[in-house]
Design a protein around this ligand. Structure first.
Ligand code: FES
Length: 198
């Protein structure tokens, strides 16, 4: 397997690698960058534990080859907080809401839940219940904290909408309302937020 220079922009910082273009993005994030927010779950694109943002779009890092995202902006869980990677950073409103609602049990799925929620609220800031459940439909949780997760998403949505309105938001809202992008690749099997919700 031959190596090639590959540049990625990870959490706003340009980084250069000499790796096979077939290397999974998840391996680069965790092993080369020490960014362990994205988790290895299934490795098959099915569970969502490895979700990161490509631009504003949630993707599966385990099935994304770095050659396919050369030069692109990647955001991981570590890059969400304001203040970047500094110690005194402020959590993103979605992270804050998940903490307040105590949406974690084991917590393994939460990276994916949070990143999928951030992607959703960037594309659809006023996401209704149907849109929320659709966005989280393929993020798997084995513990069964789906009700708390959904409550956290609603809380984050409402707070972010208030903040946007306070900031005088129509122009900002317009920039956020691009069409929601689907996850890839194939549909997942197993316990899903939508399936477990009443
Ligand atoms: Fe990537 Fe499961 S580890 S989807």
């Amino acid at each position: 397997m031959t190596t090639q220079p590959v540049t990625l922009i990870i959490n706003g910082k340009e980084q250069n690698f000499a790796l096979s273009t077939e290397t999974p993005l998840l391996y680069v994030l965790r092993n080369d960058c020490g960014l362990n927010g994205a988790k290895f779950g299934c490795g098959l694109g099915e569970c969502g534990a490895c979700t990161v943002l490509l631009g504003d779009r949630p993707i599966r890092a385990c099935t994304t080859r770095i050659g396919a995202v050369r030069g692109r902006h990647i955001t991981t869980l570590e890059g969400l907080a304001s203040g970047g990677l500094d110690d005194d950073r402020t959590p993103h409103p979605v992270q804050q809401a998940f903490c307040e609602v105590q949406a974690a049990q084991c917590g393994y799925c939460l990276n994916g839940m949070i990143m999928a929620t951030v992607g959703l609220l960037r594309s659809n800031p006023h996401a209704d219940e149907k849109a929320i459940r659709a966005a989280l439909r393929r993020q798997l949780c084995r513990c069964g904290t789906h009700m708390e997760i959904l409550a956290a998403v609603r809380l984050a949505r409402d707070r972010m909408a208030e903040e946007t309105a306070d900031a005088g938001g129509p122009a900002r809202l317009q920039t956020l309302q691009s069409p929601p992008a689907p996850f890839h690749p194939a549909p997942a099997a197993g316990t899903e937020a939508e399936a477990s919700a009443p």
